[in-house]
Design a protein around this ligand. Structure first.
Ligand code: SF4
Length: 371
């Protein structure tokens, strides 16, 4: 009797492919839950190549939970500068504080307890426990959703909660007990390298024979998403307020870019005269020096269309205004050392250039009355 070989399940093919093809990445050389946590948070919404150097520097400066917990938030944000989505950095530090207070300075090893920490959702908790502790929990990120939707022919919108649940369930069913961490990483790796959003490399894919989308030829139209609402566009005046050879920076209290330093910002205003009036209403008197250019910054649901302006302060602003606005009078060194968001990149470059050519004003001797 001729025995027919049993078909190899897709999860086994995937694991075999991963073992032979995985990229050498620094966070794959460790089983330290703290380092894995840091890497997973950094990798959210960010390219692998961009993360590598940030990850290295972060672990040198904050090698463990306790060091991170005791660091000033400003230091953590400074190391995060340029990586974007700064709430990730703030939550890392907050979660480290909770870990020190309740878990003896270590990340909890239990999935449910991890979920209680700030910034750790099902994806991150699943990644940590599966990679660091070998627990069979799925970790479904955008890459994984795309792979599973194509592989299993999911043609409903993956933004719907019931479809999301279905995708998680499909991963849960396929996850092997023997090496769940590698399985989760293999799915992510396939999504990042072969099963890419556009032009997937199906000819090199180990799952081609199992793939519904490949059979149907609609790989590029999967996964299906709900129609996105267009981003709101906001005009923002970014004002360099020069005083005594330095410029004022203000620490944000708002949710967006919270804790980071920005130049003086005015939303919905783009004319220098209007800005002068706005500042004048707060008792701040300035002389317009000129426009320094334009810049655009895209946030998740918002676009800032920025115009950069240069104003010379006619006098040092009153103390209570400075305190209320968490102002810092910054020289070139402070501009480099304080955490500024990428949205301020063009303005920072303009400020440094003004300082370099000495085009900043001196106003120490003329003090305005307190408002
Ligand atoms: S065959 Fe193509 S579409 Fe299907 S999982 Fe592989 S790369 Fe993705």
């Amino acid at each position: 009797m001729i025995s027919v070989p049993k078909p190899v399940p897709w999860n086994e093919k995937l694991m075999r492919w991963y073992r032979q093809n995985k990229r050498a990445l620094p966070w794959r050389e460790t089983s330290d839950p703290y380092a894995i946590w840091v890497s997973e948070i950094m990798l959210q919404q960010t390219r692998v190549e961009a993360v590598k150097e940030y990850y290295r520097r972060f672990l040198v400066r904050f090698p463990d939970v306790a060091t991170l917990a005791t660091a000033p938030e400003e230091d953590v944000l400074k190391l995060w500068e340029g990586l974007g989505y700064y709430s990730r950095a703030r939550n890392l530090r907050k979660a480290a504080l909770v870990a020190v207070e309740h878990y003896g300075g270590h990340l909890p090893g239990c999935y449910e307890e991890l979920l209680r920490l700030p910034g750790i959702g099902e994806y991150t908790a699943g990644a940590i426990v599966s990679i660091a502790y070998g627990e069979a929990k799925p970790a479904v990120d955008g890459n994984v959703k795309r792979v599973i939707a194509r592989l299993t022919g999911e043609r409903e919108s993956i933004d719907r909660p019931d479809v999301q649940k279905r995708l998680w369930g499909k991963v849960r069913d396929a996850i092997p007990k023997s090496d769940p961490g590698s399985f989760n990483q293999a799915l992510m790796e396939l999504g990042a390298t072969l099963c890419t959003p556009r032009a997937p490399k199906c000819d090199a894919c180990p799952l081609q024979a199992d793939c519904d989308a490949y059979r149907e030829g609609d790989m590029e139209s999967l996964p299906v998403h709900e129609k996105k609402r267009p981003s709101r566009i906001v005009d923002v005046a970014v004002c360099l307020l020069n005083c005594g050879g330095k410029v004022y920076l203000f620490r944000r209290r708002e949710r967006l870019l919270h804790g980071l330093y920005v130049f003086w910002l005015a939303q919905g205003v783009t004319a220098p005269g209007a800005i002068e009036r706005l500042l004048g209403e707060e008792g701040i008197h300035v002389t317009y020096r000129g426009e320094l250019g334009e810049a655009t910054h895209v946030f998740t649901h918002l676009i800032w269309k920025m115009k950069l302006f240069h104003f010379a302060l006619e006098a040092v602003p009153p103390e209570n205004w400075l305190t209320e606005n968490q102002a810092v009078l910054a020289d070139a060194q402070a501009l480099h050392s304080l955490p500024l968001p990428t949205a301020m990149k063009a303005a920072k470059a303009a400020a440094l250039e003004l300082m370099e050519i000495g085009a900043v004003e001196h106003c120490e001797n003329r003090v305005l009355p307190t408002v």
